[in-house]
Design a protein around this ligand. Structure first.
Ligand code: GTQ
Length: 366
């Protein structure tokens, strides 16, 4: 890939050079100018495609897995969402993984831990719970739960519940790319539930308040479950108080209440509300995003492609893709849950953002 620009590689092949390259290849080496323009693009070139996964297409297939495989044998009974260009690393977008996990009433998956950070966003069903390091959390639709890097965790559905489906989000592809992933199964299969049920939310979940004494020293949020009702209430109050952002609508980040920072070291998450008829302005930024529609109907235009979505659909926005979101209802609000790799991007000093059109724009929005 030659480029006729000063400072970029622009070397034509000659017989002599080709034989030189093949000599280098035999020594597991190469000439930088043959790859430089590819490995140093002018701006981020995501390999991931923007994709929308429709829940109405996937749901029956997810439920079918209940009859095809036991949770015990599968380890985790999950249908993962594969970006067509990232199948090799099981990524939904960038270095993020996502999947739909389904469990029957009375089932429990065995407890495990891994170096990847994980989260769940509850889609449907009654009686789901997750246990994280001895903290049992009861889960309802649109609740958001953390299972951080290194924590023991297991999921189940109470015997008197209904089949439950939730979205898993993990940074498995990232941790594998960094070649730093460990996995372990709990020696006893299950954990002792050493704390009161939902103690994390009761201790750290009150807005603007923090226990006067505490000893939390982990690198992730002590608030492990973020319930939907207070989240939606907070968004509605914020919507009444101001305009929000032209690019994101009324958007709030889920935070570690002790630091104000992201919920985990590698994964951030947010919920955004689009008011009836609202259409955000197009922008782009580094970082990969996986969205789930928590409520309502609308559309997103991502790298020039339009996707129509409704509640429970999942879609992704690759890094540096120009995107905008719209609520297509005139009366109902729409809410988008999202998780992202921004904590990594920011920690490494790689965050960049621009309004569409600020720099000429590389991707036209149609
Ligand atoms: O439950 O931690 O969808 O380890 C994929 C890998 C869920 C989990 C997934 C996992 C999990």
């Amino acid at each position: 890939m030659r480029e006729a620009v000063a400072g970029r590689a622009n070397v034509e092949d000659t017989k002599e050079l080709l034989s030189y390259y093949s000599d280098l290849e035999k020594l597991e080496a190469g000439a930088l100018w043959t790859v430089a323009n590819k490995i140093e693009p002018w701006f981020p070139q995501s390999v991931s495609a923007p994709v929308l996964w429709r829940y109405r297409d996937l749901r029956d297939h997810v439920l079918r897995s209940l009859d095809l495989v036991t949770a015990e044998k599968a380890g985790r009974r999950v249908i993962y969402l594969a970006n067509p260009h990232r199948r090799d690393v099981s990524a939904a977008v960038g270095w993020l993984y996502t999947g739909l996990q389904v469990m029957q009433p009375g089932e429990v998956a065995s407890s495990h831990q891994h170096s990847a950070s994980a989260l769940r966003f509850i889609m449907e069903g009654e009686g789901a719970y997750t246990v994280v390091d001895g903290h049992k959390m009861t889960l309802k639709e649109n609740d958001f739960v953390l299972t951080p890097n290194g924590s023991w965790h297991e999921h189940g559905v109470e015997a008197q519940g209904t089949p439950c489906i939730w979205q898993d989000g993990l940074d498995i592809p990232l941790v594998n790319a960094l070649e730093a992933n460990f996995f372990a199964v709990h020696p006893n299969g299950r954990q002792e539930m050493t704390y009161a049920v939902d103690d994390s939310t009761h201790t750290y979940g009150a807005p603007g308040l923090m226990p006067a004494s505490g000893t939390w020293s982990k690198s992730y949020s002590p608030l492990l479950k973020y319930e939907w009702a207070p989240t939606y209430d907070a968004l509605q109050r914020y919507a009444k108080a101001g305009e929000g952002s032209a690019f994101d609508g009324v958007m709030m980040n889920y935070i570690n209440p002790l630091t104000g920072g992201p919920v985990m070291q590698t994964i951030g998450a947010s919920m955004q509300l689009l008011r009836p008829g609202e259409r955000t302005k197009a922008h782009r930024h580094t970082g990969s995003f996986v969205y789930q529609v928590a409520k309502g109907k609308g559309y997103s235009i991502i790298a020039g492609k339009r996707f129509e979505w409704e509640a429970r659909d999942i879609f992704c926005v690759p890094s540096w893709a120009v995107h905008e979101h719209g609520n297509s209802s005139d009366s109902e609000d729409a809410c988008l849950f999202a998780f992202n790799d921004l904590p990594v991007i920011r920690a490494l000093g790689l965050y960049r953002e621009e309004a569409f059109g600020d720099n000429g724009g590389h991707q036209p929005v149609t």
